[in-house]
Design a protein around this ligand. Structure first.
Ligand SMILES: C[S@@+](CC[C@H](N)C(=O)[O-])C[C@H]1O[C@@H](n2cnc3c(N)ncnc32)[C@H](O)[C@@H]1O
Length: 225
């Protein structure tokens, strides 16, 4: 299931790299700034509030739909270490990028966090303790085939856009995700399309709209009811 066609490296407006997928005709991040987007949505609205409220001994469980370049995982690792709060991360990825492509990404310089190559070299399907506060696992599978073993506190929902992969933004798929999201837990995503919000609501989430990064008007944090 390796990605059949080569990805193309792009530079986004905040100086952070991203990739283009010719298969889906999609970029992996906002061209207005990959780091700005990841920090604002997945870390700022998703992980950080939970870590601030968390009892230090209980790991926060993150599930990511679409590990991709690893930027969100790297930022989660950075925050866990900075706040000295345990985080357990599991990302699924159906079409992994190659280690050579990952080696081109400038995330280390941009974030100040080393370790991107460790994320990409890690064996699939095996939990890795990467620091005192960060435990990491990636699974080479589709979201649809993923079988959860725990309830997750926060879902980083980072699929390609609804126009490119509508099946990943449907009520049925969100119901599958809702089933492994802890009540009170968050699903954070960049798409605030009306159809996405309605599908989330029908699947058992209360939808909050929040200001987006940069010029993006709105993004979504959905709370599992
Ligand atoms: C928007 S990009 C990911 C961005 C990623 N979070 C990052 O920071 O690079 C979407 C990712 O979802 C993956 N993907 C597409 N369909 C999938 C599926 N059905 N299940 C799991 N991953 C999928 C793509 O290969 C791609 O890596």
């Amino acid at each position: 299931m390796n990605n059949p066609s080569s990805e193309r490296l792009v530079l986004t407006a905040d100086g952070t790299h991203s990739l283009y997928s010719p298969v889906f005709n999609q970029h992996y991040h906002s061209l207005h700034g990959a780091l700005q987007e990841s920090r604002h949505i997945f870390i700022g609205l998703g992980l950080e509030p939970l870590l601030q409220a968390n009892a230090p001994s209980t790991p926060i469980q993150i599930f990511e739909m679409g590990f991709g370049t690893g930027l969100n995982a790297l930022l989660a690792w950075q925050l866990a270490d900075r706040l000295r709060q345990p985080v357990t991360y599991l990302g699924v990825e159906a079409f992994p990028i190659s280690e050579a492509e990952a080696a081109q990404l400038n995330f280390g310089e941009q974030t100040g966090q080393a370790g991107l190559s460790q994320l990409h070299r890690a064996a699939w399907g095996t939990s890795q303790v990467l620091s005192d506060y960060f435990t990491f696992q990636k699974q080479h599978t589709t979201l649809q085939a993923f079988r959860p073993e725990v309830l997750y506190d926060v879902i980083f929902y980072d699929a390609f856009a609804p126009g490119a992969q509508p099946e990943l933004w449907s009520e049925a798929t969100f119901a599958q995700v809702a089933a492994f999201t802890r009540p009170g837990g968050y699903l954070v995503t960049y798409s605030s399309k009306g159809s996405v919000r309605r599908a989330l609501q029908a699947a058992g989430f209360a939808v909050e709209k929040h200001p987006g990064p940069g010029t993006k008007r709105e993004v979504v944090r959905a709370v599992r009811l």
